[in-house]
Write a new protein. Structure first.
Ligand SMILES: Cc1cc2nc3c(=O)[nH]c(=O)nc-3n(C[C@H](O)[C@H](O)[C@H](O)COP(=O)(O)OP(=O)(O)OC[C@H]3O[C@@H](n4cnc5c(N)ncnc54)[C@H](O)[C@@H]3O)c2cc1C
Length: 669
């Protein structure tokens, strides 16, 4: 048999040592493979010929709907035509391969020309599946997969001035189609045969939340709605259902799923998967030598992938294998991150319905519906509908099968996030609610807003938000966020704060838990010389007024934080002085009372004062540790410090009234 080669090899390619690699299907997977081959190669290993049936090179099918919102065809191209030329890829667009002869290693195109190959890659993708509904072939009924489909829909809407539409299918493609049709200004109704939207990815609750969000966007949704026929009714189309009244619309889009394009392989006698698709092993080899399949047309050990990420991973693996590297395609878990009609839908790791032994923890809140799947206490899957600011962290945790501690479970159910902060991530990836500046209570989100408003350097961020203007421990984080080199922050008085705070907590606990120091009953008692402190009125007044003076002094620290005219001197030393005064006061309380808490008003005063000291001490300990720890523990103390500071302030509030009452009662009685 004579074999015609489509074109001569490029002049600088050694036709003897280079392998003729033919790729059928100029879509996303094929482009991904070319890109990876080029990255690996010096251009001499392969003479690549790429056949694509569509009239243009590979484009971003995922963002097809952006053509309706201002993007051009050129914007969608994954690479311009010149890119193929530059890398010596012989691109044949508008050319369909109609036959494959694996014995002769030849493919035939739609002009009848034959092309020999040393290695052949089938990347023929999928076609839109149209369910067996009567009337789908008539005018006004469309599918949606290619730029041509989109242009035909657009043209029809313009010509007929269509106002209403129905989309058959409530999965990923149906929601994408609804977006397109809505962008064209039509009223849209989604018809899904299953009880919920996205039945492959979402459980009942997730589907319900998605449906509510989609309906809020002005799209009607009918579930458990099986379309039986589409009948022309004047200028309209009438959809008839098994279980509901007919629906009259101007245009119908069928987006009920996809089927792999395996006809070329089937006709050539290649083995197919149990549900169609070209059967390949994890090395992406088909049942015949030197023929591989990647993308949506491949059934990897029986499983067909309908999303672009696994298609690209197949391209990675095949490129490596073509260069003789031992890569395999391992993809049992399919993560999906989509924005459907603007609503984020995420499923990560193991599908929740697929786990037989797993425990599911759920959070429902205003922002949406979230689920974590745990196996043996570790996160193996997650799903959400609605914005999830922690998604980077969750993705990483699911990938690493991180343990979810009981406290984190409780936090997730309550707040929708298991984490108190960014847990060792670069600050750029911290969740919005994570506190960056504990002193001023500034979150990662507030800093993000400041950056988007143009405050991009660390000092500008500080000025705009106040972050880093108090103790300064977070200035390194601001520098990291601004992409600046951080100078190590030495916080003045940090050791003094730590020691004083530990002492405050210890002394506070002693006052709270230890029994009162008994008054001496005889002159032999060893504390005879000491108990004079509580017996002698003058000394009691000295210790009492000293405590009052210390109280006022300690208060100035709080003023220094809030009143601009007091913001002189080094903040670190102010804080150290505040902590030391707190410790002195705790000791002064023992000198004043002998650990007798008193009754009524005095008891209230003593208790409030001791708690104020203990909580203040704990706040001091967290602040001292803030820049000594890293990772989870740093995030933990950073999250707790503002809470403790807040409790310290709350406990302070009744103190002036209690003190005034105490002083008055002493003189009165
Ligand atoms: C509207 C829409 C929205 C999507 N949104 C998402 C999303 O949000 N996230 C996501 O992960 N995935 C999404 N996808 C899926 C994603 O686009 C596909 O997974 C991806 O395009 C698959 O790449 P592929 O190369 O296998 O197939 P394709 O990109 O379809 O490429 C196959 C190409 O091969 C050509 N071909 C077929 N047979 C022949 C032949 N015999 N000869 C020559 N050429 C041939 C076809 O014409 C086609 O151009 C979406 C798909 C659509 C249609």
């Amino acid at each position: 048999m004579s074999v015609a080669i489509s074109a001569n090899p490029p002049a600088n390619v050694d036709a003897v040592s280079t392998k003729r690699l033919v790729i059928v299907g100029g879509g996303m997977a094929a482009h991904g493979l070319c890109k990876r081959l080029i990255e690996h190669s010096d251009g001499t290993e392969f003479e690549i010929t790429l056949f694509g049936e569509e009239p243009r090179p590979a484009y971003d099918r995922v963002n097809l709907s952006s053509l309706m919102s201002g993007s051009t065809e050129d914007d969608l191209l994954l690479s311009p035509k010149e890119w193929y030329q530059q890398h010596k890829i012989r691109l044949q667009v508008g050319r369909r391969i109609t036959a494959l002869d694996p014995e002769q290693q030849v493919v035939t195109d739609d002009t009848g020309a034959k092309h020999t190959y040393d290695q052949l890659v089938l990347a023929t993708g999928s076609y839109p599946w149209v369910p067996p509904i009567e009337g789908t072939k008539q005018r006004g009924v469309f599918v949606y997969r290619t730029i041509d489909d989109l242009q035909a829909i657009q043209q029809y809407v313009q010509q007929t001035s269509a106002k209403t539409s129905a989309v058959i299918g409530g999965g990923l493609l149906g929601l994408e189609a609804a977006k397109v049709i809505q962008n064209l200004g039509l009223r849209t109704t989604i018809l899904e045969v299953a009880p919920g939207l996205m039945p492959r990815q979402l459980d009942a609750q997730g589907a319900k939340v998605l449906r509510e969000k989609v309906q809020e966007l002005g799209v009607d949704v009918h579930v458990t709605r099986r379309t039986e026929s589409i009948v022309a009714k004047g200028s309209q189309l009438s959809l008839n259902f098994q279980n509901a009244e007919p629906l009259d619309v101007d245009i119908v889009l069928v987006a009920a799923g996809i089927r792999p394009r395996d006809e070329l392989a089937r006709d050539a006698g290649l083995k197919l998967g149990p549900r169609g698709g070209i059967a390949v092993n994890r090395q992406l080899e088909t049942s015949v030598p030197n023929v591989y399949a990647i993308g949506e047309c491949a059934a990897v050990e029986g499983h067909i992938h309908g999303l672009v990420a696994p298609c690209y991973r197949m391209a990675d693996v095949l490129a490596a294998r073509l260069f003789g590297e031992p890569a395999v395609f391992n993809d049992t878990e399919e993560s999906v991150e989509l924005k459907l009609l603007g609503v984020p839908v995420i499923t990560l790791g193991k599908a929740i319905g697929e786990s037989t032994s797993g425990v599911v923890v759920t959070h429902d809140g205003d922002e949406g519906h979230r689920k974590l799947l745990l196996e043996q206490g570790r996160m193996v899957g997650a799903a959400s509908v609605g914005h999830w600011e922690d998604v980077d962290l969750i993705r990483m945790s699911v990938a690493q099968h991180k343990r979810l501690w009981p406290t984190q479970r409780v936090r997730f159910v309550r707040t929708g996030t298991p984490y108190v902060g960014g847990t060792g991530l670069p600050i750029a990836q911290w969740p919005g609610h994570a506190t960056v500046c504990s002193c001023m209570g500034i979150t990662r989100q507030q800093l993000g807003t400041a950056i988007s408003e143009g405050h991009q350097s660390a000092p500008a961020m500080s000025l705009a938000t106040g972050a880093g203007t108090a103790c300064g421990t977070c200035r390194n984080l601001l520098c990291e966020l601004a992409g600046e080199t951080a100078t190590p922050t030495r916080v003045s008085g940090a050791t003094m704060v730590l020691v004083s705070s530990i002492l405050s907590v210890l002394v506070g606990l002693i006052v709270l838990l230890a029994p009162p120091i008994p008054l001496a009953t005889s002159v032999q008692d060893p504390w005879r010389e000491i108990d004079i402190l509580w017996r002698d009125d003058f000394l009691k007044q000295v210790s009492g007024y000293s405590l009052l003076a210390c109280f006022v002094l300690a208060l100035t620290f709080s003023m220094r934080k809030r009143l601009r005219f007091l913001q002189w001197g080094n903040y670190g030393w102010w804080r150290a002085a505040h902590a030391s005064i707190g410790t002195l006061m705790a000791m002064g309380l023992i000198a004043h009372t002998g650990i007798r808490m008193g009754d009524h008003l005095n008891f209230a005063l003593s208790l409030t004062f001791v708690l104020l000291t203990i909580v203040g001490g704990l706040a001091g300990i967290t602040s001292a540790f803030e820049n000594r720890l890293t990772g989870d523990s740093a995030m933990f103390v950073r999250a707790w410090r503002p809470k403790l500071t807040w409790m310290h302030i709350v406990l302070f509030v009744p103190m002036p009234a209690l003190l005034a009452g105490h002083i008055l009662s002493v003189y009165w009685y």
